[in-house]
Write a protein that binds this ligand. Structure first.
Ligand code: 5AD
Ligand code: SF4
Length: 453
């Protein structure tokens, strides 16, 4: 049936210079879904544009993790009313995590008649059917059902020709009390390991240099599969694939950062010596209220284990500031933890209340300005740490995957080292997409600068 729709849509769109604008918000898993959506659109005859005004179909691939992102999307949908009035044949679709919440679907149906299609996170393959249904009936068409089908039956349109992300699992079972993900992405479902290995092998053979394995909680990969691999086993298999490439993965949950996983990272030559390990808070009472299932002490043991065996092992983290009723002392515990770990970088967010989550039931007494002040303090502390951290690399050499032109320095390229250090160096654009060795000559508080050797 689905193939029939594709065939019919090809007949309608092919050769007519039809353009699509696909914008993904939020995490890399969502960006990966956006690439699958593009794959389907390409197959039925669309090329792509960066301008909604020039497009014949718009897909807003949304994120629900924080309220601010949701409101931004509603603002954008609102502004598209005018576009639709000028161009009635324009198709507007909304996909991604926001569509999994009944209240959002109702709001779209009720207040945004310019939206023609809603596509749930597990229903990407339904896109041709929905477009066809909408064209035939000129009515709102949607599919937010949950399939256990992760394949995308079209070739993904990847944003980069040398960095590829490969989802290995979907959903999350952890129910951290602040987080909407388990409600909008469902329970953990791992892909078959052979499919993943085949996909990575094909990407490496096509010349991809960086493979990013993705999941909400990659280190619980395989727990839902029978007779398949664990995440460390999968990493070891991917590490055996021939070719010059680097393996990254995110995100990992500290409660599942087993010794076996840490040893695997340290022992596999292609696995980056970098771990994004979201700690969320440096206070045990807040971690308990968040249902994170580890303590600060346990987290610090993981850090110690890695740094003792690999001195420059790079760590990055996510922090939530202003969890309901977080006291000043609890916040200062987080500041202390950050100073102790010396992260390369932190991604910090002010707590956002998500209806349906456990934390949303707690009545919060902390004023917004206190949360903003804490956020500023955290960023200030981290800036000093990063400054010190990057200085350590001056005089050293590092291998960097050049990934683009520097936005700040004319004639310079930018890239990332194995340890996830951002480097800027003078070089020709033809080097983008290849590994280069540089000698670090200077540092800033967000990157190092160097010369190709
Ligand atoms: N409010 C603020 N930040 C959140 N995150 C997840 N849920 C929320 C929320 N309700 C952050 C966490 C997570 C990152 C992807 O987003 O830090 O690790
Ligand atoms: Fe959300 Fe926690 Fe799952 Fe991460 S591990 S997606 S923060 S519930």
């Amino acid at each position: 049936m689905e193939l029939d729709y594709r065939k019919k849509l090809k007949e309608i769109f092919y050769g007519n210079n039809k353009k699509a604008y696909v914008h993904s918000f939020g995490c890399q898993l969502n960006v990966s879904d956006g690439e699958k959506i593009k794959g389907i659109l390409k197959e039925i005859g669309f090329s792509f544009t960066d301008s909604p005004e020039d497009s014949d179909i718009i897909i807003l691939n949304t994120c629900a993790v924080r309220e601010s992102a949701e409101e931004r999307v509603f603002g954008i949908i609102g502004s598209m009313k005018k576009l639709k009035a000028e161009k009635p044949d324009l198709i507007i679709g909304v996909s991604g995590c926001m569509t999994a919440q009944e209240k959002n679907l109702e709001r779209i149906k009720k207040s945004y008649p310019q939206v023609d299609i809603v596509l749930g996170t597990s229903a990407i393959n339904s896109l041709p059917g929905l477009i066809y249904e909408h064209l035939n009936s000129n009515r709102f068409a949607y599919d937010i059902s949950e399939y256990a089908d992760f394949s995308c039956r079209a070739e993904q349109v990847r944003e980069s020709s040398f960095k590829a992300s490969v989802p290995i699992m979907f959903g999350c079972n952890n129910f951290c009390t602040y987080c909407i993900v388990p409600y909008v992405r469902g329970r953990e479902r791992s892909r078959n390991s052979q499919d993943i290995i085949d996909e990575v092998t094909a990407l490496v053979n096509q010349g991809y240099k960086e493979i990013m394995l993705l999941g909400q909680n990659v280190n619980s990969y395989g727990k839902d599969l029978e007779n398949d691999m664990t995440f460390p086993e999968l990493l070891r298999e991917i590490n055996k694939i021939e070719g010059d490439f680097i393996i990254r993965f995110m995100s990992s949950h500290p409660k599942d950062a087993t010794k076996e996983l840490l040893d695997t990272i340290l022992e596999c030559d292609k696995v980056a010596k970098h771990l994004h390990l979201p700690v969320q808070s440096g206070s045990n009472s807040i971690l308990r209220a968040m249902n994170r299932n580890y303590t600060v002490e346990k987290y610090l043991e993981t850090v110690k284990y890695l740094r003792e065996r690999y001195k420059d092992f790079s760590l990055t983290t996510d922090i939530i500031v202003g969890f309901p009723n977080e006291t000043d002392e609890e916040f200062q515990d987080t500041v202390r933890l950050i100073k102790q770990v010396e992260y390369d970088n932190i991604y910090s967010f002010i707590y956002s209340k998500r209806s349906g989550t456990k934390a949303s039931e707690i009545s919060d007494t902390i004023p917004e300005e206190v949360k903003s002040r804490r956020m500023r303090e955290l960023l200030e502390v981290q800036r000093e740490i990063s400054d010190r951290h990057y200085k350590r690399f001056v005089g050293k050499t590092m291998r960097v995957l050049a990934d683009g032109k520097s936005r700040k320095h004319e004639g310079f390229l930018t890239g990332k080292s194995n340890e996830f250090i951002i480097a800027e160096f003078e070089g020709d654009e033809s080097l983008i997409g290849s590994f280069v060795n540089i000698k670090v000559t200077d540092s800033m508080n967000w990157a190092v600068t160097g010369e190709i050797i």
